[in-house]
Design a protein around this ligand. Sequence first.
Ligand SMILES: Cc1cc2nc3c(=O)[nH]c(=O)nc-3n(C[C@H](O)[C@H](O)[C@H](O)COP(=O)(O)OP(=O)(O)OC[C@H]3O[C@@H](n4cnc5c(N)ncnc54)[C@H](O)[C@@H]3O)c2cc1C
Length: 398
Amino acid sequence: MTADAAAERSDRLLGLAHRLAEEFADRAEQYDRENRFPFENFERLKRERYTALTIPQRFGGLGADLTEFARCQEELATGCGSTALAVNMHLFALGALGENPPHGPQGELLLRTFASSGMILGGGFTEPEIGGNWGYPTTTAVEEGGIYRINGRKAFTSLAPIIDFFVILTSVQHADGSRRIGTFVIPRGTPGIEIVESWDTLGMRATQSHDVLLRNVAVPAAFLAQERDLGIADEAAVLLFAWFACSIAGVYTGIARAARDFAVRYARERRPVVLERPIGHMPGVQFAVAEMDVSLAAMRALRDETARAWVEGRIPRDPEGLARVMYPKFFATNQAIAVVSTAMGIVGGAAISKRLPLERYYRDVRAGTFHPLGNDQARELFGKVALGIGPDTEPRWG
Ligand SMILES: Cc1cc2nc3c(=O)[nH]c(=O)nc-3n(C[C@H](O)[C@H](O)[C@H](O)COP(=O)(O)OP(=O)(O)OC[C@H]3O[C@@H](n4cnc5c(N)ncnc54)[C@H](O)[C@@H]3O)c2cc1C
């Protein structure tokens, strides 16, 4: 692809995300308040083929690379954080699959089907028992006579109301006794799958990330899309986390940007009667805006540079590479909390009113650090990599 064609594609995709964000902003408050899934937004995302954003063009998708994906997600999240986070769970998985499709016609068929149908993929990594330690699923898939029997419980399943195919991470016990981590892709409606409507949270309410119960779900071997060894930092894990971490960074940067933009507009107009000019003329407000803008610029720069390095093959697929792809997620999710808090400081007491969107941004960004790797695990990985200590070294501390 020529540089001009690539730039044209990036502009087109970003323009699409921008238009959708403007439309979704009008409905975001209502979904949040009613703790309701944004079905209307997803109809729009499907119609505009945003749900095929990260599928390579050779499989019929829109072909966004990791940099474009993360930028689009930032844009979309300025309108509705929950919608952006929910669709992220579908898009990051497809992006990783598109970069390393399952071998044979099965992989191509899977991606072409998602590109043409608008069907939704979601899941199925987190469990009550393991939390965000995705490398150690307790959900089991036991091989018996050519079929796999799956049992377990998944938590935090964003998109639960509309998932067509569940991505279920399991510990696979093969008939020969070997154990690996297996990713199954299982159609909705398969007997034994039940959605438990458990989602009633502080923030990201419209993601409707319910629990999913799997009781004796029997599937053929063809549903086992990928397998890898137990642990966190192999090549497949780094690929998955590259797509996850950069796009998650985009989502939370977008919400922070929306808060910053709101506070700046407010500061230009708000003039208590005792002041001659709007509060934007106060030094404290100017300094706060400066802090937000530097943070946002740094969040975007780190994310874009990391995503670009990934696209250009400059990030190794080892623990050091895992640390590299995690930097933008760690930085953006923590900075987003600070930026929204600063924006609220500018607006003052009105910021906690439900009449303004800031209190929703405040609640939504609080969820960001909980996505894997959580803050402590991320710091441990960064520190150990820098000190030349393997992340799997035992004992873990001391
Ligand atoms: C809005 C939202 C949407 C989500 N959507 C999805 C989804 O669609 N699919 C999905 O699979 N998941 C999803 N998740 C789940 C998310 O990715 C995390 O897995 C989940 O928040 C639980 O992780 P945790 O580390 O907080 O939990 P826990 O594992 O219960 O952790 C509790 C505490 O212990 C610490 N801790 C845990 N393990 C370690 C460790 N090994 N080393 C050091 N400290 C540790 C944690 O940092 C935390 O402080 C979503 C989460 C949110 C908030």
